[in-house]
Ligand binder design. Structure first.
Ligand SMILES: [Zn+2]
Length: 288
């Protein structure tokens, strides 16, 4: 089954009867820029905030018997990996009607509604109305989170558990709006919220497959997982959430946004991750 909601997201399930409790999503690779965005930046500048092409990775999950979900709307418009209250009041033309809880990332300009794509690149030259931010939450943020929630709940219902691989990509070098500053990153950063969003066996297995493919892998530094894992990763409720951040230098030229031959290779490596997790899920006790 495939559910395709133009501008919002696509969910792709495997063939009937071939399913395993694997759910893979790409929340930040959307590139359908809504007409009411009202940004001052060029499309090229806005696209620097995308986890470009990670939808192609999530779309492979059904080949391993898993479910794939990928957003169509861009992260620069609204970030589903932040909570609804994670808003910088300085972006708004008027007071927000309920209490806000802006986090550390929001202070850096990368909250629910981003102030910048990268440092020095302000997205707006205007204040946003409460109504337009509420509309983004109602039309994009909540539906995407509901899709994740429904997908995981369905797998738990059918299989007794769900493994959620939350796929992202990161700049090859950090900057002033990232937690690590201007340093070169490893090939992969796995995030399990310091061992709280999934069983350690899942983090270890995914790390082993990636390392065997020759990639350098670091866990929880500088990315441990954000709002999606915090909400859905609950090993005590048989939902195991792991964030996978892939270095953009592996598959694209970041200045131009052009893909390189590395993309096909990386997709092959991630196919291997999905297949290995899928095979391990034949053990009804895994991952404990
Ligand atoms: Zn991301």
């Amino acid at each position: 089954m495939r559910w395709h909601y133009p501008g919002l997201y696509t969910v792709q399930e495997p063939q009937e009867g071939s399913g395993v409790p694997l759910f893979v999503d790409s929340p930040h690779s959307g590139r359908d820029y809504p007409a009411d965005f009202g940004s001052r930046l060029s499309l090229t500048d806005l696209r620097a905030a995308e986890d470009s092409y990670m939808d192609r990775v999530a779309a492979r999950a059904p080949l391993a018997g898993g479910v794939g979900l990928w957003a169509h709307f861009p992260r620069a418009y609204i970030d589903v990996n932040r909570t609804e209250a994670d808003i910088d009041p300085a972006l708004l033309a008027e007071p927000w009607p309920t209490p806000l809880a802006p986090g550390d990332k929001t202070a850096m300009g990368i909250g629910l509604i981003r102030r910048v794509t990268v440092p020095g690149k302000a997205i707006y030259d205007r204040a946003l109305s409460v109504a337009e931010v509420e509309r983004r939450i109602a039309r994009f943020h909540r539906p995407y989170l509901s899709a994740v929630e429904r997908g995981l709940a369905k797998l738990v219902r059918h299989h007794g558990r769900a493994v959620h691989l939350n796929v992202h990509s990161m700049k090859s070098v950090g900057n002033a709006a990232t937690p690590d500053g201007a340093v070169r990153r490893p090939d992969v950063v796995l995030g399990d919220r310091f061992g709280t969003s999934c069983a350690p066996a899942l983090t270890a297995l995914v790390g082993e497959v990636l390392a065997a493919a020759g990639l350098s892998v670091v866990v929880n530094d500088p990315y441990a997982g954000a709002a999606l894992l915090a909400r859905f990763g609950a090993p005590d409720q048989d939902r195991h959430g792991l964030q996978i951040e892939l270095n953009r230098g592996l598959y694209m030229t970041e200045d131009t946004g052009d893909v390189t031959d590395g993309l096909a290779e990386l997709i092959g490596v991630m196919d291997g991750v999905f297949e290995t997790v899928s095979e391990r899920l034949a053990d009804p006790e895994w991952p404990m």
